[in-house]
Design a protein around this ligand. Structure first.
Ligand SMILES: NC(=O)c1ccc[n+]([C@@H]2O[C@H](COP(=O)([O-])OP(=O)(O)OC[C@H]3O[C@@H](n4cnc5c(N)ncnc54)[C@H](OP(=O)(O)O)[C@@H]3O)[C@@H](O)[C@H]2O)c1
Length: 323
């Protein structure tokens, strides 16, 4: 079978497409024929081994797994002898942010991990695009007590995390100010933004508005620059650790007595995120934002190059083989 393969950490050029042996499912595993994957920012961290903590988790000095990939949607091809939850032919999707080797025509996955059957009214394309950003966005949302009418500023609203966070905040009845480039005004409005700030013209930190929550889903701001915009009892959450990992420390120090807190979104509960996202997709309340650039498995190096620019819109799909 064909797979994306890399033997060291590095940029897009360490990825090649190679012919490798098709894996066989263990007793409690399913063999999945991958139809779609994505190249996302988690894949980029796994590819580059940055931040350094990634290398501690994935192997040092070289990655333990040669085939990358964190997301899949596809069809169960074969099941191990003790598999009870799935059968050949099931349409499935899933996500594993430590790397599950899904950037290949086939891969094996334990039936009890982050894999769900997909209802027929959700396309494989939609499912693959729906999970990485949505999972991290839900880990923002789950850190706060979001109420009807709460004002939320989302910096980076055109990213995978930002575009999902925006839709989830709207689902809970919040009022969203989206920060993005002016040319993407219509994109964020189409997924529910109430107000838009064009960051190429205005610095949102210099505005006078007050927010219950600031979600910096691109990690470009700092709490110290946003604190005056946050209402008493509100919170700041960033997708990045910040300079000198300040967001981690601030989440501890502001935890005691401060009326404006920094929360750190440790990404947990993948399967719950998938179930929640699927329910919202079924009712049309969540539609993953998909980038206009799409790639095939042979072009996956170009997909990485593009995503590493930090300029993608939403989610970048890679089509692995025909459904
Ligand atoms: N904590 C975690 O576990 C975790 C997991 C995954 C990702 N991340 C991090 O989360 C961040 C977001 O990832 P993502 O996949 O959602 O998106 P992304 O690939 O980083 O894309 C960011 C989006 O934000 C826009 N953008 C870039 N600079 C901006 C700025 N200064 N102000 C406002 N918008 C800006 C870009 O649009 P324009 O080019 O039009 O500006 C793009 O659409 C990344 O930094 C990533 O490393 C963290």
């Amino acid at each position: 079978m064909k797979a994306a393969v890399r033997y060291q950490y590095g940029s897009a050029e360490v990825i090649n497409i190679e012919e490798v042996e098709k894996p066989e499912p263990g007793n409690k595993e399913v063999l999945i024929r991958v139809i779609y994957t994505t190249v996302n920012r988690t894949d980029c961290a796994i590819l580059t081994g940055k931040p350094f903590i990634m290398k501690l988790m994935l192997g040092f000095p070289k990655p333990k797994k040669k085939i990358p990939g964190t997301v899949f949607s596809g069809i169960v091809e074969e099941t191990g002898s003790n598999v009870n939850l799935f059968k050949a032919g099931d349409r499935v999707w899933g996500f594993g942010d430590n790397g599950i080797s899904s950037q290949a025509e086939f891969f094996t996955y334990p039936e009890k991990k982050n894999i769900l059957k997909l209802p027929t009214d959700i396309s494989l394309e939609q499912a693959a695009a729906a999970i990485e950003g949505a999972h991290y966005a839900l880990n923002f949302i789950n850190k706060v007590n979001l109420k009807q009418g709460d004002k939320v500023l989302i910096n980076g609203a055109t990213g995978a995390i930002g575009s999902a966070a925006l839709q989830f905040v709207k689902y809970y009845g919040g009022y969203v100010t989206a920060v993005c480039k002016g040319r993407d005004n219509h994109v964020v409005k189409s997924i529910g933004a109430d107000e838009v700030i064009d960051y190429t013209k205005d610095d949102f930190t210099q505005k006078r508005a007050k927010y219950d929550f600031i979600f910096d889903t691109v990690g470009k701001s700092r709490f110290s620059k946003c604190k005056h915009l946050i209402k008493r009892g509100g919170a700041y959450i960033s997708s990045e650790l910040g300079p000198n990992m300040e967001n981690l420390f601030l989440s501890v120090t502001t935890g005691f007595g401060s009326n404006k807190k920094v929360k750190f979104p440790v990404p947990l509960h993948h399967k719950k995120s998938m179930e929640f996202t699927m329910d919202l997709m079924k009712t049309g309340k969540f539609n993953p934002l998909i980038d206009k650039n799409r790639y095939s498995l042979n072009e996956i190096g170009d997909a990485y190059k593009y995503v590493l620019t930090g300029e993608k819109t939403g989610n970048v799909l890679v089509s692995i083989q025909k459904e």
